[in-house]
Design a binder for this molecule. Structure first.
Ligand code: TXA
Ligand code: MG
Length: 355
């Protein structure tokens, strides 16, 4: 199959609409990551999503809707808490879990009695959703297990020849997948951290908590089963051995130099902040011809780090890095979502307070 990449125009939207109605899949940008969309009522489209991604089919999909969409068509009840969250954070990078209407198929929900719904704010995503008027199910448009795509080129890297159309809306603004909030239980719970942070959610829902599995993944007690089925899989993993550490610059470099002696067969690298690159340069430890340096941006601007993270993890593969260190970030605000993804990508972690 020929995979076409097209800018968002009236013509490409018409083409996307037609493909979706025929049970095909179309990749499109959102403010978080690119999604691989199918019409939510199309069994054919949904099975094409799972096939193109190589994704386990027990992993449920998020339904994307345009402003004005009647949620009661797919959600059985809209609790007052949901109204408050939607008022504050929709359209935007937040997904809410509701009890589902029977019409929502088991292939969307992975057999669960609940459905995940999100109203994206990205202008291209909004155009597609309003143009078609259809609810569109979409997981991230990557091959299962790889970092989520934040550009049309990333989607093409993974899905070339497997899908007919990629709508190109440029780079995703946030670069990490949406925050998922479950409102189907007594206590509202964050199942996946994202750009709508716990701090932001608490201002609207003071009793919101984190899924114990998300909290546990921050320590070495990494065995608690998460509530979002997709969070149990190893994700975002580069091919090489990534070590995420909160050591200071010179300690990180000392470890890397020791590894270079012991493992001359490996290809080495660093995924670190601009400040750390500058520090290591001042210390005379960089540049080093044996070390590929991937710049995550300023550690004082975590939204920049978030927007670059998946691209840098993909680059690590392009440079065929087999042994590389990543700099840990403070788990505050956006840092929580960054570390959630970074640690999932890591083969090894060296964090103070953990042994
Ligand atoms: O930002 C995003 O959310 C992107 C863009 C494309 O919208 N989508 C995305 O989809 O990240 P995906 O499929 O890669 O991740 C969806 C996550 C999975 O971890 C899945 O298990 C969880 O949402 N999920 C979906 N429906 C659920 C439900 N009913 N209950 C609990 N978790 C659910
Ligand atoms: Mg995904």
């Amino acid at each position: 199959m020929l995979t076409e990449v097209k800018p968002i125009t009236r013509q490409s939207l018409e083409e996307a609409d037609q493909l979706l109605r025929e049970g095909q899949v179309v990749a499109f940008p959102t403010e978080t990551v690119y999604g691989l969309g199918a019409y939510a009522m199309s069994e054919e489209g949904i099975s094409r999503i799972y096939a193109a991604k190589g994704r386990p089919s027990d992993n449920p999909l998020i339904v994307h809707v345009a402003p004005g969409f009647d949620l009661t068509k797919i959600a059985r009840e809209i609790p007052p808490r949901a109204e408050e969250l939607m008022k504050r954070f929709w359209p935007g990078p937040m997904t809410i879990i509701f009890r589902k209407q029977p019409v929502v198929s088991d292939h969307v929900t992975g057999g669960l009695d609940t459905v995940a719904i999100r109203m994206p704010s990205d202008p291209s995503a909004m155009k597609l959703l309003s143009f078609t008027g259809l609810p569109i199910v979409a997981p991230s448009a990557n091959t299962s297990g790889r970092p989520s795509p934040t550009t049309a080129a990333h989607v093409k890297e993974d899905l070339d020849g497997k899908i007919p159309l990629i709508l190109d809306g440029g780079e995703c603004r946030f670069g990490l997948e949406s925050t998922i909030v479950d409102l189907t239980e007594e206590v509202p719970m964050v199942l996946r951290p994202g750009a709508v942070t716990l701090e932001m959610l608490r201002k609207v829902l003071p009793d919101v908590v984190e899924d114990p599995a998300v909290a546990a993944a921050r320590s070495v007690a990494d065995h608690v089963v998460p509530k979002a089925p997709g969070m149990k899989y190893r994700h975002y993993a580069p091919k090489g051995h990534l070590i995420v550490t909160d050591e200071g610059a010179s300690d990180m470099m000392r470890d890397l130099q020791a590894d270079m002696k012991e493992r001359p067969e490996e290809t080495f690298g660093l995924i670190i902040s601009t400040e750390r690159i500058e520090e290591l340069t001042r210390l005379g430890l960089l540049p080093d011809e044996r070390v590929t340096v991937l710049d995550l941006g300023s550690r004082n601007d975590l939204s920049q780090v978030a927007a670059r993270l998946f691209d840098r993890l993909r680059e690590a593969d392009e440079y065929r890095l087999t042994w590389f260190y990543g700099e840990a970030f403070e788990r505050k605000g956006m840092g929580e979502a960054i570390m959630n993804r970074f640690l999932k990508a890591a083969a090894e972690r060296r964090l103070s307070g953990e042994s």
